[in-house]
Design a protein around this ligand. Sequence first.
Ligand code: AOF
Ligand code: ZN
Length: 369
Amino acid sequence: MADDIPHMRAALALAGRGLGSTWPNPSVGCVIVRDGVVVGRGTTAPFGRPHAEPQALAMAGDLARGATAYVTLEPCCFHGRTPPCTEALIAAGIARVVVATCDPDPRVNGAGLRRLREAGIAVEQGVLRHEAEAVAEGLFHRVRQGRPLVTLKLASTLDGRIATAGGESQWITGAPARRLAHALRGRHDAVMVGIGTASADDPDLTCRIPGFKPVPMVRVVADSHLRLRLLSRLVVTARDTPTWVLTRADADARRAAALEDLGVALLRVPAGGAGVDLAAGLAALAGRGITRLLVEGGAQLAAALLRDDLVDRIAWFHAPAVIGADGFPAAQAFGVAALDAMPRFVRERVTPVGEDVLTELRRRREGEG
Ligand code: AOF
Ligand code: ZN
């Protein structure tokens, strides 16, 4: 119908607001329209429940009868942590449901749409599917690939340097870029760094923009030998803001116990390369429900993820400056011997940010030019 696209766009905007705050669930948006008037709106709540639909239905009240519901993801049809949304839509007397994309969760996966049709509701699917898949990308990764969507964020000079030889790195990019990078954290479930960065910068890795991320940021450190200092910010704040450490199964038991006593969660995975097996590490994060992971370096971790072909998206801030080969590279060597072995990405967006430029890229799909 003529208004399907604008209403679905509104539902997608609602869904976009919840990114980073609904894991292990996707962020879903729902708009209920009766006679051309929006009578209900909902977004998946922080921590993933309630779902979007019951909130929109509650707002619509009796006006839901005979109305159309626009939902960015196929409504769920099983009793999980919340009752099925299909039943709520049916009980409210919704006449038509427009869905952007299917829920790949094996407990749904088309069964939600079938249930609605069986109940006599007109169902349409695929409206703004592409946009909805982008919003639900973290869920698709977690369910289909058993790992989160991985975005690598880097900030460097034009020649890809992130620090001087002496280690000076604050600040290469300007304040607007740093603010935007902070907002990027807010749209992710977890932020990960390598132990080199955790030791050098003693970062907080939080998102302190008020109201932007209502659920705590999960901070992840790849630290195969448990070198993370017990007095680091990540450890001393672990009881309020989760800190998870990806480490090897044979990590020192005393260090492990000391970190665990301070509230740090250890995820033990096999060794891999110079550190941990990152594919197994990402699978462990997905197993705990993480759908969207932002990796903020350093150079060793960036190289290892690129080498293992585990980077789905890149957000790269470039400052209009050059350090030269004295400087520290954004990615360490990872064995690219020929150009056709080099990971290539596709540019999605280029945005000037103050004096800097943000380039957003995604992994090149199989067979893509
Ligand atoms: C919806 N609307 O807003 C969201 C959905 O364990 P539960 O009860 O939270 O249900 C998890 C399922 O709900 C899983 O299939 C997930 O993809 C989906 N998320 N579904 O109808 C929503 N967030
Ligand atoms: Zn639901």
